[in-house]
Design a protein around this ligand. Structure first.
Ligand SMILES: Nc1ncnc2c1ncn2[C@@H]1O[C@H](COP(=O)(O)OP(=O)(O)O)[C@@H](O)[C@H]1O
Ligand SMILES: [Mg+2]
Length: 266
């Protein structure tokens, strides 16, 4: 009798161990899946970003193209050239290439994966993020307002925060363009509340037409969009809520969608 109880106990113990092992394996598998999704989302935004860079570069490239036209003309016509004129042109050229190189730096920083949390000023990060996407916004005449009540420093994954911001802003732009909204705008506000840093992004595109609205955070959920991947908001939520212990939510206002990112200060 006693022996059977011990046997039963040992068997139970064995099953528990097995179960524990299985759970560990499943958790590891899920982590791998998350990682894969994360890579996919970076690739998806890489495509979007390349589009933005090409917008950003078109203007300076045209400027470079026309920069030497007067000099070329003078040489062709045999008109004497002033040193000063050449120096000024070179100066302009340096200025433009510096701008182009900055764009690339922003772009590169954005795609570097964050290894650890660092302290950074929110406004600086927002500015370099906006710098990356402003070209695409300008092309579509989308007005971007940034309202900062405070310029808080936070300790967080810097590039991940930018990626979330870019996802949300690009989505808003997509919908504004697709629905051909007149006077399109995107408004970003930043403020502090109860030891949290709040970033809100709102637009006047008419809102999310999905019910229940939270579905837009589901993986691969895309709606009303040509070539949408449906990864952007899913990843954004993962980044904010799993990596940063924050919260990402959405609601509709009378004008459009209203996204709210809450990040604890520490
Ligand atoms: N600002 C917005 N206004 C209206 N709908 C939106 C907005 N942002 C996102 N959505 C909806 O949420 C869906 C999911 O977005 P996302 O996860 O980024 O995937 P994707 O952009 O690839 O479709 C979009 O397809 C769109 O229907
Ligand atoms: Mg998207």
């Amino acid at each position: 009798m006693r022996q059977t109880r011990i046997d039963e106990f040992l068997e139970l113990e064995y099953h528990n161990k097995e179960l524990e092992k299985r759970i560990k394996e499943e958790v590891a598998k899920n982590r791998e899946k998350d990682k894969l999704m994360f890579q996919q989302s970076k690739l998806a935004s890489l495509g979007e970003m390349l589009g933005n860079i090409s917008h950003q570069w078109r203007q300076p490239l045209m400027e470079i193209n026309s920069l030497f036209l007067p000099i070329e003309a003078k040489i062709t016509l045999g008109v004497p050239l002033e040193d000063n004129e050449i120096l000024q042109t070179i100066d302009k050229l340096n200025h433009i290439t510096k701008y182009m190189s900055n764009t690339i730096d922003d772009f590169k920083n954005f795609f570097a994966t964050d290894k650890e949390k660092i302290k950074f000023k929110l406004l600086e990060q927002i500015n370099s993020t906006v710098n990356i996407i402003s070209g695409g916004l300008k092309t579509h005449n989308v007005k971007l307002d940034i309202i900062i009540k405070k310029n808080p420093e936070i300790i967080a994954y810097k590039n991940d925060y930018s990626q979330v911001l870019i996802n949300i802003i690009n989505n808003a732009k997509d919908v504004l363009v697709q629905r051909k909204i007149g006077n399109p705008y995107i408004k970003i506000s930043i403020y502090e509340e109860n030891k949290n840093i709040i970033t809100t992004v709102e637009d006047n595109a008419g809102g999310v037409k999905v019910n229940p609205i939270e579905k837009i955070f589901d993986p691969f959920f895309t709606y009303e969009k040509m070539g949408g991947s449906g990864i952007g908001l899913f990843m954004s939520k993962l980044i904010i809520e799993k990596n940063m212990n924050g919260k990402l939510s959405v609601e509709n206002t009378s004008n459009g969608a209203f996204f709210k990112i809450i990040i604890p200060k520490i």
